[in-house]
Structures are given as C-alpha cells and as structure tokens.
Write a protein that binds this ligand. Structure first.
Ligand code: GLA
Length: 388
C-alpha cells in the first residue's frame, strides 16, 4: 500500500502526465473505520467512527474553459470529462468518476458556481473494504473545489454535499457517518456523532490501545440493493412504531408493537435500537479506557449484525470469531472484534492493548477466499480532510 509520500508523488505524477505541469492545490480526505454503531446513522442514531491514515488525494488546477476533466491513478489514468454548465449524467464506462460528477452536481444544485478544472485522483484506501474509499473521494473533491472556487464551505457542509452525491447521483441511500468523519475527524480521537443534530464529540483513544483493521478479502460487490433494502425496512418499522426514526424507539415500544411488524422488520429494528445503546456505552468505555467492556459491546454488536440485521457473511463471522478467541486467550479479554462498515464483505475492526497487536497479527490463521493471508492495518486515528 502506498505510503503518504508515495501517494502524494503519485497524484502529482498522474496530474502532470494527464494535464502537464503542476496543480494549484492538493486536497486530502481520509478513509474511516467505524468502531461501533452500524446502520444507525440513517436512523438518526449514534455512531463512533475514527478517521484513519489511508486517504484519497485530489490535485486540482482551474481551467479557463467550461470543461471539467478528471483522471485517476488507480484506474490506469482513465479520464472522464464533462461540461460544468450542462446537465451532468453518470459515466457508465468510468463508474469511479460518478463520485466527482455527483459532487459537482450536488454543489451546483445548491447554487455554487463551479469553474472548469483539471483534477487528478489517487488513493490508498482498499476499495470495497468498508473503509469509505468512495466517501473520501467525494469529500476530497468537495474540499478541492471549495478552495478553488472561493466557496469557503465548512467541513459539515462538504460532508452533506458528499452524502447528497452518493444518495442522489450514485443511488446508495447512505447515512452521514462516512462523509462527516472524513471531513471532521480528529487525530487521536474517535468521534461520537449524533446523526440527528450532527454534533460530533471527540472521544480520546487511549494511548495504550491499538486499532487493528483486518480485510477479509471478501470484496463488497454490488450491494447497493441490499443496503437500500435495509434502510427501507428500518423506515417501514419506524412508521409502524409511530416514531420519526428508529432513534426514537426503545425495546418496550418494539415489543408492544410486535404484532404490527413483519419478522424481518422486527429484527432490523431490534438491531438498530440495541446498537444505538451499545454505541453510547462504547463511547463511555473508550473514554474510561475500559477495553473489557468495549470488547463485550463489540461482540454483541457483531452478533446483532449477524443475527438481526443479517449483513455479515460466513468468512467474516469466522475471522471475527478467531480474533475474539485470540483476544480472549492472550489479552485476558481486553479488547474485541466486529465487522465494520456497511456489510456483505470488507473489513473487521479489532481493538487490543498496543503491546499485543503484533502477536495477534502473527497468530492469525484466517485465509481470504483466494487463499491468501489477510491485509492487516494497524491504524491510529488521524485528522479529517484539508489541503495538503
Ligand atoms: C455505509 C454507509 C454509512 C453507514 C454504514 C453502516 O458505510 O455509507 O452511511 O450506514 O454503511 O453503518
């Protein structure tokens, strides 16, 4: 995986080879790992993600004409072009470019004038891993275009535009977590986000705790259908419970209404209600440096994603079980593991005492479906988006 310096060199080289010369600015937006609070964001609930060290870089230079050209290092320098003042359509041949097209479209829709520009993109977030490579691309584009067009948008405004890019242009009806933590992340901290008010409370990550991210090697395929279906079930359950969002429901209300909900709606709602409670407890446990409680909450979260929300897969359950057993055996239960992100593949997050991170990584026998050792990243919480 490219180091930050190598990534910066790559984006400059990609820019020079496509457009000649140097960019005016380079924007950076990080990926994220969600510690806990899965599928709660679009239910107006709570999440506890952290920005991480891998990121997407966007190099940009204004053009005098009406064209927006974008090229991507990670897609062999493929290019997508569109006019800034005409209706913007998706690019069927270059679907990655839809996060750029969608971002410009979202910015224009709220009245921001966007000038012609040359853009080069390079990233080192493993794609399809549940670490938000797409949200970070949209946030990096927003950060670059805000600066270049003198818009002075706040990180939250950029995050909301990036969410609209994904929901209205790309077609995944995602929540706000990924974009908000990419835009507002803070070094050394997770963010407890209230997804209704968008208030972000930084929660310090204990010095002696390591965050391990283990990629299962199961790449998320075309899961937008599953994702949107989960969201629709949650909305149907909320309507039947008579609340604005599942954030406003509790278990007694859910049990009283059991007869009115389908079995699936009941299970989906139970995940969201219990996950919201776990997320608030996990923020307290993190603040207190209580890795044992955090581990128990991680285990309950994974079980709920597997049994009630049905978004895990057998290889991911096996990887989580192995990590849980290693943590139980070698660190006296200080720490835990769970799948992170939207589900149906991607990465698992584990928290462990720092001194044990290397031993646990070594001891892992899990193999990806292709038979390889999994990619393991030992991450620290890094800063949110900005100009490099
Ligand atoms: C994806 C979405 C987020 C969130 C997570 C699940 O990452 O983009 O909004 O819903 O899934 O927690």
């Amino acid at each position: 995986m490219a180091s930050p310096t190598a990534l910066h060199d790559t984006v400059l080289a990609t820019f020079a080879s496509a457009f000649g010369g140097a960019p005016t600015l380079v924007a950076r937006a990080p990926g994220r790992v969600n510690l806990i609070g899965e599928h709660t964001d679009y239910n107006d609930g709570f999440v506890l993600p952290a920005a991480i060290g891998v990121a997407t870089l966007v190099a940009a230079r204004p053009r005098a004409d009406r064209w927006i050209h974008v090229t991507a290092a990670d897609f062999s320098g493929a290019t997508s072009s569109f006019a800034r003042d005409e209706p913007i359509a998706p690019d069927a041949a270059q679907p990655w470019a839809d996060y750029v097209r969608g971002m410009v479209s979202a910015m224009r829709a709220v009245g921001h004038a966007i000038a012609g520009v040359d853009l080069a993109v390079a990233g080192n977030i493993p794609q399809g891993s549940g670490l938000s490579s797409s949200a970070s691309l949209a946030v990096a584009v927003g950060t670059a275009l805000s600066a270049l067009n003198g818009l002075d948008l706040s990180p939250t405004a950029i995050a909301l535009l990036a969410q609209s890019c994904e929901c209205d242009f790309v077609g995944t009806r995602c929540g706000i977590m990924d974009q908000l933590v990419s835009a507002r992340g803070r070094s050394g901290h997770a963010l407890l986000i209230d997804c209704r008010s968008l208030a972000c409370q930084p929660v310090p990550i204990p010095e002696d705790m390591a965050i391990l991210i283990v990629h299962s090697g199961v790449v998320r395929g075309l899961v937008e259908g599953h994702y949107n279906e989960r969201r629709a079930s949650c909305e149907a359950a909320a309507a039947k419970l008579g609340v604005a969002a599942l954030r406003d429901a509790d278990l007694p209300l859910l049990e009283d209404a059991r007869g009115h909900l389908s079995t699936v709606e009941h299970a989906r709602a139970r995940h969201v209600i219990t996950e919201n409670a776990r997320t608030l407890q996990a923020a307290e446990a993190l603040r207190a440096g209580d890795l044992v409680s955090l581990g128990e909450l991680f285990a309950a979260s994974h079980a709920s994603m597997r049994d009630d929300f049905a978004i895990t897969l057998p290889p991911i359950d096996a990887l989580v079980a192995e990590l849980q057993a290693l943590i139980g055996g070698s660190c006296d239960g200080r720490g835990g593991a769970r799948m992170t992100g939207g589900g149906f593949g991607g990465a698992v997050v584990a928290v462990v005492p720092k001194d044990y991170a290397a031993a646990i990584t070594h001891a892992l026998t899990y193999r990806t479906p292709a038979g390889a050792a999994p990619l393991v990243m030992v991450e620290q919480a890094g800063p949110g988006a900005g100009l490099v």
